[in-house]
Design a protein around this ligand. Structure first.
Ligand code: AHR
Length: 645
């Protein structure tokens, strides 16, 4: 039933001649100001198990036995203890010791169920690795078995590892799954009288990309993002200063990256995840590598010396660094720029090279502070700016305007950011779909002088905070306003990016996944359509001399793409009725011919994509024959269409 409707709508969008036009939009074909390559991008935060248990492909939870409850994530049986004497890794000192349990029938071992189960795929190889040594300094040989086990408790694959050394050494095995199982697990059994110490017990699917899930990397790559904001979000700030994200802990060998808590472990009492920690396996080096792979400019956000302002009082001195003690925080920012761009002879540039990337990552901008407000922020930011500007005058700096789209703190934030002359101001807004429709004009009257806008976190939150078509369509219509104002809006990133279906704390989110697969939300398709149709220059699109910002539920914008020599028109029809529009081009050098039409539509505003139904809302493409400078298009109710002429 649904399918038939979609085809009819699709054909309606195709029909160019014959319907009576009620609206006439005029596109001035003379290319205007440039659109930044960074215009549409992604916001990553380790929320909703976005990193550990998500994009980071490690399948073992608490692989280093560093969670405060050392065996959390593990079922231990027989004689298992935790120790930290002569550890393998100084910054992750705990390990387990497996010893015979007294009589031969009783086995000693460990079981790990990963993050909500381990996703096993038929035919996939899984790379197991562990650091081990025999427990007895007198010598002897220890043996243990590692197994992949299905959710029915039947072993799928196994291998045996022999440990002969009393010094820590890395051992590996490859296990192949003969079936697909979303909720598998891994078991280790001691098989010798000699005991064994184990640390950094790890399992990765063979098809990972630099430790990241390839399917999720593809979901990012296909968005064609221009900018990649990382690592957040509130986790930049920390609930207290000690738990802020410290990038230096996230580089170097993964085995020695110290664990941090994840504030999303406990932030929402109705969605507690006591097992949520940050191993930093996906750290700043992987972030820069991934930015390079997906063609996005990296945008790191660092702590400005203020712990989360939602969770602390501004007069609590423990929640912020006093101005005189800020230098180590400023050094973190300066050193990160050196890590990204510095010569391999510099301290941090050398680390980048040692990790495998001697050429610079070409970092161009940095954000100081996440979602900060009030006077504590600008006085700290100023100190960062002075030193960053002095050492790296070409690095652009993003400052924050706080957590709201308007109001006292927002106005104060903007005023201070102007005074400091930051390059970009980060705005955050999680609002209703109605707000998004109504705010397509938000930037039309923004000052063109001073800092540019970075819409650094935004998403439409409707009833039930779902990734439904209503939310996605409202974002699509709102984004025509970003596009029309690309001379002041330089970048925009939907937030958050990822959510595990079994472990989320916040919704809606752009991409949902389980341990086997992912689903692209309707909002993802909106972002993808903007990302792949960004254009290089603004064009004026008007009706009766005015921008199209909601009359009769219509929203529209246009850009020119000088690389493909295309005119791109985007139109949202938020109304309940099909509408006809005549698009007329002025100042064309030659008539346009044939448009590629991409239609995103559902007559059900509650519809959403899910793992069970990934294609409820997906783009339909077609061709529209055109000859001349005028073309009639029919827009289905509740639709968003992109025309490439
Ligand atoms: O995107 C989720 C959260 O929303 C971010 O961590 C924070 O910056 C904002 O409040």
């Amino acid at each position: 039933m649904k399918k038939t409707k979609l085809i009819i709508s699709c054909m309606a969008a195709l029909a160019s001649i014959g319907a009576s036009a009620q609206h006439r939009f005029t596109v001035d074909a003379r290319p205007g100001g440039p659109i930044q390559p960074t215009m549409y991008g992604i916001f990553f935060e380790d929320i909703n198990f976005g990193a550990d248990g998500g994009l980071y492909a490690e399948m073992v939870e608490n692989r280093s036995f560093e969670f405060p409850d050392r065996l959390m994530g593990w079922n231990a049986f027989g004689n298992v203890s935790v120790a930290d004497e002569k550890p393998a890794f100084e910054r992750n000192p705990h390990y387990v010791t497996l010893r015979r349990s007294g009589h031969t029938e009783k086995v000693t071992g460990l079981e790990n169920r990963g993050f909500f189960g381990m996703g096993l795929k038929k035919g996939m190889h899984y790379d197991f690795s562990v650091y081990a040594r025999i427990t007895d300094l007198q010598g002897g040989t220890a043996r243990f078995r590692v197994e992949l086990v299905g959710s029915d408790d039947v072993p799928i694959a196994r291998d045996t590892i022999t440990v002969t050394n009393n010094k820590w050494q890395k051992y590996t095995a490859t296990l192949t799954s003969n079936k697909t199982d979303a909720k598998g697990l891994m078991r280790i059994f001691l098989m010798s009288d000699q005991g064994v110490d184990l640390d950094h017990v790890s399992l990765f699917p063979e098809d990972n990309w630099h430790g990241l899930r390839t399917d999720l990397v593809k979901d990012l790559e296909d968005l064609h993002p221009g900018i990649f904001r990382f690592p957040g979000g509130c986790i930049v700030e920390g609930t207290d200063l000690a738990t802020r994200y410290q990038w230096k802990n996230s580089v170097g060998p993964v085995e020695n990256r110290p664990l941090n808590e994840n504030r999303w472990n406990y932030t929402f009492p109705h969605r507690l995840y006591p097992n949520y920690y940050q191993t930093y396996g996906l750290g700043f080096y992987e972030f820069f590598l991934l930015s390079e792979k997906i063609g996005a400019e990296p945008l790191p956000i660092l702590s400005c010396g203020l712990a989360c302002q939602f969770q602390n009082k501004d007069n609590d001195k423990n929640a912020h660094v006093c101005l005189d003690d800020l230098q180590s925080y400023i050094d973190d920012a300066l050193d990160l720029i050196e890590f990204a761009n510095g010569p391999t002879t510099s301290k941090w540039g050398k680390l980048r090279a040692d990790m495998g990337h001697p050429t610079p990552f070409n970092l161009k901008q940095i954000g100081i502070g996440n979602e900060q407000w009030g006077p504590l922020y600008p006085e700290r930011l100023e100190k960062f700016m002075k030193q960053i500007r002095a050492k790296y005058p070409n690095i652009r700096i993003c400052g924050s305007s706080g957590p709201s789209a308007d109001g006292k703190d927002f106005d104060y934030g903007w005023k201070e950011m102007r005074k400091l002359n930051v390059d970009l101001v980060d705005e955050h807004y999680y609002k209703s779909p109605r707000w998004f429709f109504d705010n397509a004009t938000r930037y039309d009257n923004y000052s063109r002088k001073g800092p540019k806008v970075f819409a650094g976190e935004y998403a439409a939150h409707g009833k039930g905070s779902r990734n439904n078509w209503e939310a996605a369509l409202s974002e699509a219509c709102f984004m025509t306003g970003l596009e029309r104002n690309a001379d002041v809006v330089y970048q925009a990133t939907y937030a958050p990016l990822f959510a595990h279906v079994d472990g989320w704390q916040w919704k809606p989110d752009l991409i949902w996944f389980d341990n086997l697969t992912s689903v692209r939300s309707a909002n993802w398709y909106v972002q993808m359509l903007y990302g792949t149709n960004r254009g290089t220059n603004m064009l004026k699109l008007t009706e009766n001399g005015k921008p199209v910002t909601g009359t009769d539920g219509l929203y529209a914008s246009a850009v020119y793409d000088k690389d493909s020599k295309s005119y791109i028109v985007k139109i949202g029809n938020a109304s309940d009725k099909e509408q006809t529009v005549t698009l007329g081009f002025n100042n064309l050098k030659r008539p346009v011919s044939t448009a590629k039409v991409t239609l995103l539509q559902s007559s059900d505003i509650q519809a959403e994509n899910s793992i069970a139904n990934k294609t409820a809302i997906v783009p339909q493409t077609s061709e529209l024959p055109v000859n001349g400078t005028n073309v009639k298009v029919i827009l289905p109710a509740k639709s968003f269409t992109v025309y490439r002429f």
